[in-house]
Design a binder for this molecule. Structure first.
Ligand SMILES: [Zn+2]
Length: 329
C-alpha cells in the first residue's frame, strides 16, 4: 500500500477522437502503476463529479450554462481546441471532482495525486487550450469555502504558462512589485523571473516564454524560460522560484501542476528536460513541501511526447517520486 491516495476514474478519458492530446493517457498510467506493482487497486479512490455549485465557485453562470446546454459559439469551441460534447462536459466535471478529492486527501496524508486534471488554461468565462474547467481552482475555492484551508500556492511546471490560474487568482492580488532578485546569477540562459504579491492564492508558473499562450497574464511569480533549457538550469530556476515564494507566503496547501510537456521530445513544447530530470523536478517540489509540512496535491496537465509511452512514464514517475519522498520519516 502507498502511504497516500491516487485519485482515478475510468471516465477521465476525454472523448475527443484523434487528437494531439493523448486522451487515453489516464487509463494507461493507471494500468502502468498496477502492472509495475507500484500501486494496488486499494491505493486508488474513485471521485464523484464536482457539483454545479462547486464549478460556480470559479466559473461564471453564463459560461456554465453554455456548457450544460451545448450553446458555445463556434468561436468559443474553436478556442477550446477540443470538440464539444455532453460527454466531454461530464469528463471535466469529474476531473474537478477528482481534484477536490485529491486536495481533501492531501490535507489528511500530506500528499495526494489526481491521475488527471491540471486544466490550467480555463478562465472563469471561457475555456481554451484543451481546458474547459479549471479543476485546480475549483478545488482551492471549494476547500476555502469548507474552511479546510485559508491560503494556497499553485506550482505550475507545465511547459505552457498557467494563464487561467493567473487570471482567476489575479483578483486576490494586492500589490504588484518586482521581485528582489531576478534569479540565480550563475544562470546565463536569459530566463526572466517576474512577479507580484499575492492575496490568498499565490501562483507560480515556470514555462517556455516562446510558446502558447501568447498573452500571459501575470502570476505571482512567472519564470519565462528560453527555448531549449535543460535539466540543471530548469531545476535551479524551480528551486529559486520556490524559495522566493515561500519566503513571502505560507500556503495551507500546495497545488502542483506536474505537466509532462517540458520533456525534450514533446510535440508542443520547446524545452529539453530528460525523463530523469522531470522526476528530479517532482522530487524537488515534494521535498520542499514535506520539509515545510505543507500538504501537496498533484494534477497532471499536459504531455504530448512523440511516444505516448514516454508521457505515461513521466506521469508514473511522479508517483514513484512521491513514494520515495513520503515513505521515509
Ligand atoms: Zn502544457
Amino acid at each position: 500500500m502507498l502511504p497516500f491516495k491516487l485519485i482515478y476514474h475510468d471516465q477521465y478519458y476525454l472523448p475527443i477522437g484523434a487528437h494531439v492530446f493523448p486522451a487515453e493517457k489516464y487509463r494507461r498510467i493507471h494500468q502502468r502503476l498496477i502492472d509495475s506493482a507500484l500501486a494496488e487497486e486499494a491505493d486508488f479512490l474513485r471521485p464523484q463529479p464536482a457539483s454545479d455549485d462547486d464549478i460556480l465557485l470559479v466559473h461564471t453562470p453564463a459560461y456554465v450554462d453554455k456548457l450544460k446546454t451545448g450553446s458555445l459559439s463556434p468561436r468559443e469551441e474553436l478556442e477550446l481546441e477540443i470538440p464539444y460534447s455532453a460527454e466531454l462536459v461530464a469528463a471535466f466535471w469529474l476531473a474537478a471532482g477528482g481534484s477536490i478529492l485529491a486536495a481533501q486527501c492531501a490535507l489528511k496524508d500530506g500528499i495526494a495525486i489526481n491521475i488527471g486534471g491540471g486544466f490550467h488554461h480555463a478562465f472563469p468565462d471561457h475555456g481554451e487550450g484543451f481546458c474547459m474547467i479549471h479543476d485546480v481552482a475549483v478545488a482551492i475555492r471549494r476547500l476555502q469555502r469548507d474552511q479546510k484551508i485559508r491560503t494556497a500556492m499553485t506550482v505550475d511546471c507545465d511547459v505552457h504558462q498557467g494563464n487561467g490560474t493567473a487570471a482567476i487568482f489575479a483578483g486576490t492580488r494586492t500589490i504588484s512589485e518586482p521581485l528582489p532578485s531576478s534569479g540565480p546569477s550563475a544562470l546565463k540562459p536569459g530566463a526572466v523571473m517576474r512577479g507580484a504579491h499575492a492575496g490568498d492564492v499565490f501562483t507560480i508558473s515556470l514555462h517556455q516564454e516562446n510558446n502558447y499562450p501568447t498573452w500571459k497574464p501575470p502570476s505571482s511569480i512567472d519564470v519565462d524560460l528560453p527555448d531549449g533549457i535543460g535539466d540543471d538550469d530548469y531545476l535551479a530556476w524551480l528551486d529559486n522560484a520556490l524559495s522566493s515564494a515561500l519566503r513571502r507566503f505560507r500556503p495551507d496547501l500546495i497545488c502542483y501542476i506536474a505537466g509532462a510537456d517540458p520533456y525534450r521530445e514533446d510535440q508542443l513544447g520547446g524545452l529539453a528536460l530528460s525523463i530523469a530530470g522531470l522526476m528530479k523536478r517532482d522530487e524537488l517540489v515534494f521535498q520542499v513541501a514535506k520539509t515545510r509540512a505543507i500538504p501537496v496535491m498533484v494534477t497532471y496537465a499536459g504531455g504530448y511526447a512523440q511516444r505516448v509511452e514516454d508521457t505515461v512514464t513521466i506521469h508514473s514517475n511522479t508517483v514513484i517520486a512521491a513514494k520515495q519522498i513520503f515513505s521515509t520519516a
